[in-house]
Design a protein around this ligand. Structure first.
Ligand code: ADP
Ligand code: MG
Length: 566
């Protein structure tokens, strides 16, 4: 018979385990949530694969998750009859972290336990949270479709000098699926109680689609006795199919953590059933924190897609436009075929309808926050504003709504905080002002100190201070808002129109005459470097500044393009 083989964790896993054990004690109970959540994902995956290959069900098609405990052995076991894992899958899924940005994440840890505990919650520890309560974790698993003798036992102990290693050995496992045995740490006896485990399951896993069962317990002869009868502990119905009034905020929040694999509460959500030509249910969440890998190209995004309650795929990015890639949640369609694939999604008209419906829902959710829950909107903007701005160019159909939600820094407050909406700006426009003025620069400081602003500051005209990279894209795509054109203060022979008084115009004419010889000289000596030299009253402190022609690209965009090698 083959023997156990010892293997080493990927370096990041070691680091994660160490940190977690020291920092997540106060959140101990989440270990069960994470393991039940994984068991549920495994059942979803089996049900999905079985659409194409029903033999995977073997003789057992009632998917469920079982939680049990053994007081004498001091173990808790979480078992499922889901998809299971092959040997290779166990090694790669339980011994490494495949998420993009993992290395960068770990290098950002500070060594300060309090700060890092916070960060680790943001990263999410999933399966490894088992080690919060257990010093040895044994996983017995067999992948659906493989013969009984191709099961594997994965085992890892955190005590002694084997910490940082795990072992893998072949086993025979009659039932497909995964069984996770937690050998509890010494101080965790409190968990060896049917009452305690049931209350954790109800608190954190009530929303799980599959039944979470435990053996019924009875009071007998002055003690609690475990019977042979199964009892379902959770509601075991798809949360999104329940009516809103039956779902508490806590249940919404726990469900979010399951679908988003997040450890934090969501910022806001929208739950609706859409009827009509296409029927679907959507439950969409805005997270309260940007994932650390939001800017990675291959970071996961999109919604979880179900068809008539059968899980189809994670990260269905076709269900939302890219600028809403931070949104998480579920769409359950009544009309799509069960065998729908990513390729089919690409071309499906039904999907276009769902996508535009989800987009509208998210935008009205954000509008509602902006109006009624300003603190939350501020959080949203801080975390996701730079992604959201892409929508100005990407979503022609909703351009006005997107533009209405944009927030900028401006000379009104003169701080870096982006809190000014275009409507706020218009509400503060001076008499005779008919344009929205902005300046773009590489940094906020450069924008704020731009010499182009001098005349505007003098006249008390507000200017938007744009310094995010994506801002060039915003102003390139958004030429007007509510009939007011957006105009760069750094372009062209700036015409302040009615904002200029007669005296100023006269003074300019006078100066143009008086300084003509100087201007001519400058023109001659800068001949091949500038198009034009002009007298201006735009400056009040600086002697000179560069402007670009009205139809040229601006200086900041030119710099960005140059650095991008264009
Ligand atoms: P996540 O759930 O975010 O993917 P986890 O750390 O919770 O991350 O789990 C890691 C991986 O281990 C899962 O993605 C899955 O592939 C595998 N896994 C964990 N538990 C199970 C299980 N009960 N059955 C099958 N695979 C599992
Ligand atoms: Mg998980």
């Amino acid at each position: 018979t083959a023997t156990a083989q010892t293997m080493n964790f990927q370096a990041e896993v070691k680091q994660l385990l160490h940190l977690m054990i020291h920092s997540l004690y106060s959140n101990r109970d989440i270990f069960l949530r994470e393991l039940v959540s994984n068991a549920s994902d495994a059942c979803d995956k089996l049900r999905f694969e079985a659409i194409a290959d029903p033999a995977l069900f073997e003789s057992d098609s009632e998917l469920k998750i079982r939680v049990s405990y053994d007081k004498t052995a001091r173990t808790i076991t979480i078992a499922d009859n889901g998809i299971g894992m092959s040997r290779d899958e166990a090694i790669s899924h339980l011994g490494t972290i495949a998420r993009s940005g993992t290395k960068e994440f770990f290098s950002s840890l500070t060594g300060d336990q309090k700060k890092d505990a916070n960060l680790i919650g943001q990263f999410g520890v999933g399966f490894y949270s088992a080690f919060i309560v257990a010093d040895t974790v044994t996983v017995n698993t067999r992948r659906a479709g493989l013969p009984a003798d191709q099961g594997v036992r994965w085992s890892c102990s955190m005590s002694g000098d084997t910490a940082g290693e795990y072992s893998v050995e072949p086993i025979t496992k009659a039932d497909r699926g995964t069984e996770i045995v937690l050998h509890l740490r010494e101080d965790q006896d409190e968990l060896l109680s049917g009452f305690k485990l049931r209350s954790i399951i109800r608190e954190y896993s009530d929303h799980i689609l599959q039944p979470v069962v435990m053996k019924k317990e009875e009071w007998k002869d002055g003690g609690q006795v475990v019977t042979d009868e199964d009892e379902t502990v959770n509601q075991a119905s798809a949360l999104w199919t329940r009516s809103k009034s039956d779902i508490s905020d806590e249940q919404y929040a726990e469900f979010y953590k399951h679908v988003a694999h997040d450890f934090q509460d969501p910022l806001a959500w929208s739950h609706a059933r859409v009827e009509g030509r296409h029927e679907y249910t959507q439950l969409l969440y805005v997270p309260s924190r940007a994932p650390f890998d939001m800017w990675e190209r291959n970071a996961r995004h999109g919604l979880k897609l179900y068809v008539r309650r059968v899980f189809i795929m994670d990260d269905a990015e076709k269900l939302l436009p890219a600028y809403l890639r931070f949104v998480r949640g579920v769409v359950d369609s009544a009309d799509l075929p069960l065998n729908v694939s990513r390729e089919i999604l690409q071309e499906s008209r039904d999907v276009d309808t769902i996508r535009s419906g989800c987009t509208k829902k998210v935008l009205s959710l954000l509008e509602d926050l902006a109006e009624n829950q300003k603190d939350k909107f501020t959080t949203f903007w801080k975390e996701f504003g730079r992604v959201f701005k892409e929508g100005v160019g990407e979503d022609q159909a909703n351009r006005d709504k997107v533009a209405g939600l944009l927030r900028f820094a401006s000379t009104h407050l003169d701080t870096e905080e982006q809190s000014v909406s275009l409507a706020d700006y218009i509400g503060r426009m001076k008499e005779g002002q008919d344009k929205i003025y902005y300046v773009t620069a590489e940094t906020f400081k450069a924008a704020k100190n731009s010499p182009h602003l001098e005349v505007f500051r003098k006249k008390g005209i507000e200017v938007l201070l744009l310094s995010d990279r994506v801002d060039e894209w915003v102003v390139g795509n958004l030429t007007e808002f509510e009939g007011k054109p957006l105009v760069s203060v750094a372009k062209g022979g700036l015409d302040l129109g009615a904002l200029e008084d007669e005296e100023e115009k006269k003074a300019l004419e006078r100066d143009e005459g008086e300084f003509k010889p100087l201007v001519d000289k400058l023109k001659a000596s800068l001949l091949d470097r500038v198009k034009e030299v002009r007298i201006t009253h735009r400056l009040t402190e600086s002697p000179a500044c560069l402007v670009s022609d009205e139809f040229d690209i601006g200086g900041n965009l030119a710099r960005i393009l140059k650095s991008a090698g264009q």
